[in-house]
Design a binder for this molecule. Structure first.
Ligand SMILES: *Cc1c(COP(=O)(O)O)cnc(C)c1O
Length: 463
């Protein structure tokens, strides 16, 4: 430490003096003494650190009350917050997958702001089951004999395998031993469910004969898994659902299918590639199907399990269910989302992800043009419309692109990377991507009500 540093250290303001100042008094009107002390302490530490890493303008230890106020605001600001999705990926796992329908939000509010009949049968006055609130509607929508819901699809697969194949063998094609982002790996899930996995076939070819040859007296289940975010192309073959159902029946074992996204409606009606619907899969004779609540269904994070009533009764008695159970907020949102499916004609208006998947390119272009025109009043930023693709994401329809367009932003104040960072770290956060040296906001995943917020964020960045 040299002499000038020594002198500067002596001039560091003292906590007691700062807390007694009129600036501190203003802050103490809003924030607790503990928090103000913490923010002031951090400011003093910063000033002290600056003395040892001097840059031209920080030699004198001057207290910045603005930065103390900013610290206080940041302590109280939520960590989990709203993001405007300009990525063009509709079911973006990192951005929370499906935005909820208005009625689902209302249902959460109505049932969770007070008490609810979560486990009380209001007719009999006796104890009820939380699962009753969604079972009959799921049966109606899919034709399944019975239904159960858990925390997510990973939990659904785990509960099914653990209940129905514990200490036995589960046979799966090597072409379906997938990993879904965030550590869901079929072999590990089966192992943790206390069953032995028997892999059959090869990555690109598995025939029903491979399954037949792998059967033993320990085989309990054939497990078919939707490959989701991955696709084998070229020289391929897979055992069909119908063949596996027939084999399972012949050998008196179970056929379980993890559908991943699982759609309740025929997406080909909306110009999207037709995946079999959940009711078609049930009808084909699969004993149990599982899928996520927050992928193509467009609801909250959930795992849905549908199929034979006797098997679901056994699952309901598995103690594991208690650890995997769905909470009341999710249940309220899920029930409400499912009820929207009773009116199929309005689904693209009521379920946000179905709206985004089905919107015409002309409407998306109109939204992009509106954003561009509202940005005209800002100086220092130019916006143009470029062609771009969107994706459904979430492991659904992985190689299918949806026509879209993006607003390309060029700023006089920021490089594309710096603009991306500034938008991402503000409130609300705006997330886009950089392509060919431009920062892009894909319009298919923007809501109408996002536009004024984007304009306002850009205005703040271009004063
Ligand atoms: C997404 C997916 C899962 C995991 O579902 P979560 O609801 O995220 O737990 C499991 N299996 C398949 C095939 C999937 O696509």
């Amino acid at each position: 430490m040299d002499e000038s540093q020594q002198k500067l250290l002596m001039r560091l303001p003292k906590m007691d003096a700062l807390l007694a100042s009129k600036e501190a008094a203003l802050l103490l009107d809003t924030y607790s003494r503990t928090l103000v002390k913490r923010a002031v302490q951090e400011e003093i530490e910063t000033l002290r650190a600056n003395i040892f890493h001097p840059t031209a303008d920080t030699l004198e230890p001057i207290v910045h009350w603005d930065s103390i106020r900013a610290r206080l605001e940041s302590y109280l600001a939520p960590s989990l917050r709203r993001v405007i999705n300009g990525t063009g990926i509709i079911l973006h796992t990192n951005l929370g997958r499906a935005p909820l329908a208005n009625s689902a939000l209302q249902a959460i509010h109505d049932t969770a702001s007070g008490y609810s009949n979560l486990e009380l049968n209001l007719e009999s006055g006796k104890r009820g089951s939380r699962y009753d609130h969604v079972e009959s509607i799921l049966k109606e929508l899919t034709g399944a004999e019975a239904a159960l819901v858990v925390n997510n699809n990973a939990a659904a697969v785990m509960l099914a395998v653990n209940t129905l194949a514990k200490d036995g063998e589960v046979v799966t094609s090597r072409g379906e031993l997938i990993e879904i982002g965030g550590s869901f790996r079929i072999p590990e899930v089966v192992e943790r469910s206390e069953a032995d996995l028997v892999e059959v076939g090869t990555t690109n070819k598995t025939r029903v004969g491979d399954f037949r040859n792998a059967l033993s007296d320990k085989t309990r289940m054939l497990l078919k898994v939707h490959p989701s975010n991955f696709k084998v192309v070229g020289f391929t073959e897979e055992a069909s659902r119908e063949e596996l159902v027939a084999l399972a029946k012949e050998k008196n074992i179970l056929m379980v299918e993890d559908l991943g996204s699982g759609s309740l409606i025929d997406l080909s009606n909306y110009g999207l590639p037709g995946e079999p619907t959940v009711s078609q899969v049930i009808k084909s004779g699969v004993d149990i199907v599982t899928f996520s609540g927050d992928k193509l269904l467009g609801g909250p994070q959930a795992g849905l399990i549908l199929g034979r009533a006797d098997l679901l009764d056994t699952m309901k008695r598995n103690p594991l269910l208690r650890a995997l159970r769905m909470d009341k907020l999710t249940l309220a949102a899920l029930e409400s989302t499912l009820r929207l499916y009773l009116n199929e004609d309005t689904l693209t208006q009521t379920v946000p992800i179905l709206f985004m998947l089905s919107t015409d390119i002309e409407d998306i272009q109109r939204l992009a043009e509106q954003l561009v025109s509202e940005l005209k009043s800002l100086s220092g930023i130019t916006a143009t419309i470029v062609e771009d693709n969107a994706y459904s994401g979430g492991g659904a329809l992985p190689d299918e692109t949806l026509p879209s367009c993006a607003v390309a932003l060029h700023s006089e104040n920021f490089s594309p990377d710096a603009l991306a960072e500034a938008l991402r770290t503000g409130d609300p956060a705006v997330v886009g991507r950089i392509s060919d040296g431009s920062f892009l906001l894909n319009a298919r995943t923007l809501f109408q009500q996002d536009l004024p917020l984007i304009v306002e964020r850009l205005r703040q960045l271009h004063p």
